[in-house]
Ligand binder design. Structure first.
Ligand SMILES: Cc1cc2nc3c(=O)[nH]c(=O)nc-3n(C[C@H](O)[C@H](O)[C@H](O)COP(=O)(O)O)c2cc1C
Length: 485
């Protein structure tokens, strides 16, 4: 067997196999010093004022950097890291990867981090490499991440998920032991309706089994609560089990879980009640939905659409959902998505306007601070979630802050990185930081600069030692050396 294959082989489950969590704690020494944390009196990502007070609109924080309170969850800003499957687990356990990955977003000022789709039962994983929360054994590793995020001054939730008919697929990387799949036990509201030829043909859940899945969501919420999660997000989107039940295109049942809108929503409503009953009442609950199957073009096919989403939003608000996270698609292979910038924002806007009091999250192709803030200013949503932008830039919130002329709190350990005022930029000239104009004019261009085609009166990059020596600073230079050494 190759090293890659052996490293991803499924291990005996700790509760049932030879390795128990309690036993592993006894063999691994733990020193109290390992729990030492630097305190963060001000949450990273908190608005501290404008970078340049002379810019218009700098008298108050842009909406994106206004704090928000949802039940007892206080967020420093309105930027949420959207849940993202990382396919980096074995038997569902979070690892060092999750600690660094999720912890880093908190350190870099995200208002809220939502951990990836985490399976409430083993067969509800998209792949054998998904995170899971179907066992109490998963709690300590999740709690380790939660404790770290809290110590870093951030807030964290976890997405509770069941992959339904899209379960038991091959993860995008690494070799997984063929025995780790469960092709015989991929479940859906209606059997024999597979996503495509690369997916398993699912079997239909019995009513008794539906009740077991509902209970699994409740138990998962209790575990998330025990791990200290600030919120949970029920995954009702992207063609996974709850979405399969909601949409008539994937739910062709004739019992109380199929047919009418109320019947198709019954499974979700029972899950919401189970989650609410098992999660601390003062903490909010998120629900993520696909606002449409993107099948409107197929007029002869009944599918899920924004009208039903609005009706659902009213129902779930009454049942105890506090935050409605509006995504789309993923339920049918014939979907026709229009992935333009902010393509899902109009769906979020509809819900926000028609269901007052429900906190609404917009997500999807939101790539800049300005775009995110505009969505909030135009009252299309209350929070902004970003996924791929966070993979590109774990400091997305701090980048957005700079773009919006916001001086945002850095984590204590990283605070010195915020000041870039005295660093020459590779493109030339002096730094973009505010209030540097006097410094800029105080720099005398070296005599040789014009002969090298540089702009007159200013130093361009790269410069040599002679040029550096030729730069003179006025006595009243505002050059700030603080934090350089
Ligand atoms: C690598 C990756 C993994 C994802 N995993 C999840 C997931 O676990 N749960 C979920 O609801 N959405 C998941 N998504 C969808 C994102 O949360 C988000 O809705 C989507 O990428 C659109 O936002 P963006 O344009 O900011 O990336 C994933 C997206 C990416 C790129």
């Amino acid at each position: 067997m190759s090293p890659a294959a052996s490293s991803t082989k499924t291990l005996p489950h700790p509760t049932h196999g030879s390795v128990s969590y309690e036993a592993s704690k006894k063999t691994t020494p733990h020193f109290p010093q390992q729990d030492f944390r630097i305190s963060q009196p001000v949450a990273p990502g908190t608005y501290l004022g404008p970078i340049d007070a002379s810019k218009p609109g700098s008298d108050k924080a842009p909406l994106l950097f206004e704090p928000i309170q949802i039940k007892n969850l206080q967020l420093a800003n309105r930027i949420v890291v959207a849940p993202m499957c990382m396919y980096s687990s074995q038997d569902g356990f979070m690892t060092d990867f999750h600690l660094v990955h999720l912890g880093s977003y908190a350190m870099h000022g995200a208002g809220l981090v939502i951990a990836e789709a985490t399976a409430v039962e083993p067969r509800g994983r998209i792949s054998p490499s998904d995170t899971g929360i179907w066992s109490d054994d998963h709690i300590p590793a999740i709690k380790r991440v939660v404790d770290y995020v809290h110590a870093a001054g951030g807030k964290i939730g976890i997405q509770l998920a069941h992959a339904g008919r899209k379960a038991s697929t091959v993860p995008p990387y690494n070799t997984v032991d063929p025995e780790a799949f469960w092709k015989h036990d991929v479940v859906a509201p209606t059997g024999d309706l597979r996503w495509d030829d690369h997916h398993v043909n699912p079997r239909e859940l019995s009513v008794e089994e539906i009740q077991e899945v509902v209970a699994a969501f409740g138990a998962a919420a209790r575990r998330a609560d025990m791990a200290g999660m600030d919120t949970v997000e029920i995954h009702g989107a992207h063609g996974y089990l709850i979405n399969n039940f909601l949409s008539a295109v994937t739910n062709q049942r004739t019992d109380q879980y199929g047919g009418s809108f109320e019947n198709r929503a019954r499974f979700l409503m029972e899950i919401i009640r189970a989650v609410r009953a098992n999660f601390s009442n003062e903490k909010p609950i998120f629900l993520r939905v696909s606002a449409t199957d993107w099948l409107e073009w197929k007029e002869d096919t009944p599918s899920w659409d924004i009208e039903q989403t609005v009706e659902l939003a009213k129902l779930v608000k009454e049942a105890g959902v506090d935050v409605f996270h509006v995504s789309s698609g993923g339920n049918h292979v014939l979907q026709k998505i229009k992935p333009v910038p902010g393509y899902q924002v109009p769906f979020a806007e509809r819900v926000k306007h028609e269901v007052p009091g429900l906190v609404v999250v917009a997500v999807g192709a939101i790539t800049s601070g300005q775009q995110a803030n505009d969505i909030l200013v135009h009252e299309k949503a209350d929070l902004i979630a970003v996924a791929r932008g966070y993979l590109r830039d774990p400091g997305f919130a701090l980048t957005a802050a700079r773009e919006l002329n916001v001086k945002a709190k850095f984590s204590q350990q990283y605070e010195r990185g915020r000041i870039q005022g005295h660093v020459l930029q590779p493109s030339g000239l002096l730094p973009p930081a505010a209030g540097r104009s006097s410094l800029r004019s105080s720099l005398k261009a070296p005599a040789s600069s014009s002969s090298q085609g540089h702009a007159s009166g200013q130093v361009r990059w790269p410069m040599n030692l002679d040029q550096l020596a030729a730069i003179s600073l006025d006595d009243d230079s505002d050059l700030d050396h603080e934090g350089m050494f």
